[in-house]
Design a protein around this ligand. Structure first.
Ligand code: HAM
Length: 412
């Protein structure tokens, strides 16, 4: 019978990988608390409308990457491709509209039907934050500062760079869309098939096309900055001023537009040089119309999400669990006593690993392999005297300890 494999783009997180993923999530949660965010968990599946109405029909995610299916009751359901739309939906359906400003953190798996490669999966993990109810650039600056602190404290390989842009408010974007479309029409024959289909409905997305022909056309395109109205320009100035005040280095990338329709004003992305082509490790921006587009009251928002899988690939060191103590009994009598001792130690909050079987050599080897801090050796002589031998694996030194003092000793 053919062996059953995991679905393409999904993977089993074996213990070491799981440890890295959880470490990144734990760091994100700690930073979120530091900035006054509270955790929320929304369902992994949502009605399709949550994403269609927010991300936009022409976004890559909605047009070709959604895990969309009908359940047995005939409802159209999507495995969430991202977290923002679900949080906005929850904000409305849970009646949180009186609790502004609201600062929410989330983590968990997301699903996108993409071509899998290093750092890009069909089931991947995000941590994210959303700040609702603040329409000032100060909120954008605070969130970017938070992202920078989070990435900085993780100790990652390679260099991280912050790309920043504004896509202005709806009025500025409408002006720009017309100018851009007009220009692109004149170079239509040089555009890729993908860009031709975007030309009518979402020409802004052509700006961040990876196609070489598109890039040449885009190089001469009118700039979005020139179409910004005063309000949009002032907002972006506010964000840049705030970042400069905090000494956060950034680089204005006029071609950064991000792929989701809900954005307005600030968009940003942190990239790395350590991962090859999947170089975006964190992305976000402002979305002042998302909640009203989903049927809620007009409420500004800004947030970001970060790819935990990518960050875990970039950790300089694999995080370690608390080193356990290995209990090593010698002989049948000691074996029984070891079960009791193990139980006592665990009840006292000390992590213990037991080898279950094998001679002293085999058990000591296992103790080494799992990174135990010491082996507690128990033979018939020790049993008779009410003592144990403790061998500290780091230094190789051994000492004799009374059973009654063991817990105290292991706690220090
Ligand atoms: P996004 O840029 O689509 O934004 O995703 C955020 C991050 O998730 C990316 O920078 C990347 O690190 C990671 N990511 C995306 N797709 C994959 C994948 N297939 N495999 C592995 N990692 C991936 C959002 O999702 C927005 N909801 C961010 C946001 C929050 N904007 C405002 N609030």
């Amino acid at each position: 019978m053919a062996q059953i494999q995991p679905l393409r783009g999904t993977r089993d997180l074996l213990p070491e990988e799981c440890r890295k993923i959880r470490h990144v999530e734990a760091r994100a949660l700690a930073i979120a608390k530091l900035y006054g965010f509270e955790e929320i968990e929304t369902p992994m599946m949502e009605p399709v409308a949550v994403f269609k109405r927010s991300l936009g029909d022409t976004s890559d995610i909605v047009s070709k990457q959604m895990y969309l299916f009908k359940d047995l009751g005939g409802d159209e359901i999507v495995l969430r491709p991202e977290g923002t739309a679900g949080v906005a939906r929850a904000f409305i359906s849970e009646g949180l509209t009186q609790n502004l400003p609201l600062k929410l953190f989330y983590r968990g798996p997301m699903f996108r039907y993409e071509r899998p490669q290093k750092g890009r999966y069909r089931q991947f993990y995000q941590v994210g934050v959303e700040l609702l109810g603040v329409d000032k650039p100060q909120a954008d600056v605070e969130l970017i500062a938070m992202a920078q602190q989070f990435l900085g404290e993780l100790k990652l390989q390679g260099d991280i760079r912050l790309h920043l842009n504004t896509i202005g408010d709806a009025e500025s974007r409408a002006t720009y869309r017309d100018r851009l479309r007009h220009y692109l029409e004149t170079r239509k024959s040089e555009l890729s098939q993908d860009s031709l289909t975007r030309l009518e409905r979402n020409p802004l997305r052509i700006l961040d096309s990876k196609d070489e022909g598109d890039k040449r056309v885009v190089a001469d395109a009118p700039s979005l900055a020139e179409s910004l109205n005063d309000l949009s320009r002032a907002f972006f100035d506010g964000v840049q001023e705030g970042l400069s005040t905090l000494g956060i280095p950034y680089f204005v990338d006029p071609l950064l537009v991000r792929g989701l329709d809900y954005y307005c004003h600030t968009v940003f992305e942190f990239t790395t040089n350590a991962l090859g082509s999947q170089n975006a490790v964190l992305g976000g921006g402002r979305y002042d119309n998302l909640i009203s587009d989903l049927g809620g009251p007009k409420t500004p928002g800004v947030g970001w999400a970060s790819g935990v899988d990518r960050l875990s690939l970039m950790l300089q060191e694999t995080p370690k669990d608390v080193a356990p103590v290995a209990v090593v009994p010698l002989g049948d009598e000691a074996e029984k006593e070891a079960v009791k001792l193990t139980h006592e130690l665990r009840a006292a909050g000390i992590a213990v690993d037991v080898g279950y079987s094998g001679n002293m050599g085999k058990r000591m080897k296992r103790a080494d392999k799992i990174g135990a801090r010491c082996a507690v050796i128990l033979g018939s002589e020790e049993l008779a005297k009410g003592i144990v031998q403790v061998k500290w694996l780091g230094t190789g030194t051994q000492e004799q300890i009374n059973r009654s003092e063991l817990i105290g000793k292991l706690r220090t």
